[in-house]
Design a protein around this ligand. Structure first.
Ligand code: SAM
Length: 303
C-alpha cells in the first residue's frame, strides 16, 4: 500500500531549536507558492512541525487547521518564542483536546503530541480566525493580515496626501488593498499591481479592490517580476518576522527605483525614525519630503 500522506512544515522553525524532516511541504501563507492548510484534506498529513504565529486568533486558527489536516495519531511539534505566544501553546493545544508534552529551548516553548481522535473547540477557532467582511470599515480582512482590524494611521495619512497617479504602477506590500483602492480613484491610472508576500492579504485585496485595472501578485517585492512602471506607492514594512528590519524597508525603496521607468514616481509613507533619506537620495534623481507629522513622513521620489 502506498503512503500518500504529507509531512508538513509551517513557517521557518529555527534549526537550532527543532529538527526538520526532509521533504516537508511548506504551508505558511508568508512563503509565496506554499500550499494552503485551509485547502488540505482532513487526515492527509502524517507529521507536522509548526512555528506558530504570535497573534492569538491567528495562532489558534492555524493550529486548528493543522489539527484538522493531521491524521489521527500523527505526531506534531508546535513551537513559538516564549514572548510571542510560546507560553500559551500548551494550554491552547490542551483546549483542543490534545495530550501534550512541553519543552523549553533557546527562549522557545516546544509542544509535542499526537492528533487525538476527538478534537474540541475547533469550529470556534476556525470561525474566529477566518477571513471576514469588517462591517465598520467595509473591508475584507483576516487576523494575521497587517493591521487587520483597523486602518493603519500611516496608510490613512498617505491616502489623505496622495497625489493623483497616472499610467501603470504597483502597490508594494499592498496588505488588504486599502491604499491601492485609493490610487484607483484617479482615472488616469491604467493598471496597478498589488504585491504582497502574504497570501491572505492578496486574497482580501481581491475582495476589496474589485476594479478591472487591478492585478494581484502573491510574491516577494524584492524579486517580483515588474518593470518600466510609471508609479510605485507603498507603506513599506519595517518588520520581518516581528523584528525591526530597516534593510527590508530600504530594499523596498531600491526595488521601486529598479522597476520604475524614466520619469517614474515613488510615493511612500514611512515611520519618522527610519533612515529613508539615506537610501532615497542616492537611489533617485530627486526625493522630496512632502509632509512630516504624527510620527510619519511622506516622500515623493522621482527617477
Ligand atoms: C506596513 S504594511 C502595509 C499594508 C498596506 N499597504 C496598507 O497600507 O495597509 C506592509 C505590507 O508589506 C508586506 N510585506 C512584507 N514583506 C514583504 C515582501 N518582502 N514582499 C512583499 N510584501 C511584503 C506585509 O505582508 C504587509 O502587508
Amino acid at each position: 500500500m502506498t503512503d500518500d500522506k504529507q509531512i508538513a512544515v509551517y513557517g521557518a522553525p529555527p534549526a537550532d531549536v527543532v529538527e526538520l524532516a526532509p521533504g516537508a511541504t511548506q504551508f505558511s501563507p508568508l512563503m509565496p507558492g506554499a500550499a494552503a492548510l485551509e485547502q488540505q484534506a482532513e487526515g492527509s498529513v502524517k507529521a507536522l512541525t509548526m512555528l506558530a504565529p504570535p497573534g492569538t486568533l491567528e495562532r489558534r486558527y492555524v493550529i486548528a487547521l493543522a489539527l484538522r489536516a493531521l491524521a489521527i495519531g500523527a505526531p506534531f511539534t508546535i513551537l513559538a518564542p516564549n514572548d510571542r505566544g510560546g507560553t500559551r501553546l500548551r494550554k491552547e493545544l490542551q483546549a483542543f483536546g490534545c495530550v501534550v508534552e512541553e519543552h523549553a529551548r533557546r527562549h522557545h516553548r516546544i509542544v509535542t503530541g499526537t492528533r487525538p481522535a476527538l478534537l474540541t473547540g475547533l469550529d470556534e477557532a476556525l470561525t474566529n480566525g477566518a477571513p471576514r467582511l469588517l462591517d465598520d470599515l467595509s473591508v475584507w480582512s483576516q487576523p494575521g493580515v497587517f493591521s487587520w482590524d483597523r486602518i493603519d494611521p500611516g496608510t490613512e495619512m498617505l491616502i489623505e496626501h496622495l497625489p493623483p497617479m497616472r499610467g501603470r504602477g504597483a502597490d508594494f506590500g499592498c496588505g488588504s488593498g486599502i491604499l491601492a483602492h485609493a490610487v484607483l480613484a484617479s482615472p488616469k491610472v491604467v493598471e496597478i499591481t498589488l504585491v504582497d508576500i502574504d497570501r491572505r492579504a492578496i486574497e482580501c485585496a481581491e475582495h476589496n479592490v474589485a476594479d478591472p485595472r487591478a492585478r494581484f501578485l502573491w510574491a516577494d517585492v524584492r524579486s517580483a517580476d515588474l518593470a518600466d512602471l510609471d508609479f510605485v506607492v507603498m507603506n513599506a514594512p519595517f518588520h520581518d518576522a516581528g523584528a525591526e528590519d530597516k534593510k527590508l524597508a530600504q530594499s523596498f525603496v531600491q526595488r521601486a527605483a529598479q522597476v520604475l521607468g524614466k520619469g517614474g514616481v515613488c510615493v511612500m509613507v514611512a515611520n519618522r525614525h527610519l533612515p529613508y533619506e539615506a537610501i532615497l537620495t542616492p537611489t533617485f534623481k530627486r526625493a522630496e519630503l512632502l509632509i512630516e507629522t504624527g510620527g510619519y513622513k511622506i516622500y515623493e521620489a522621482h527617477k
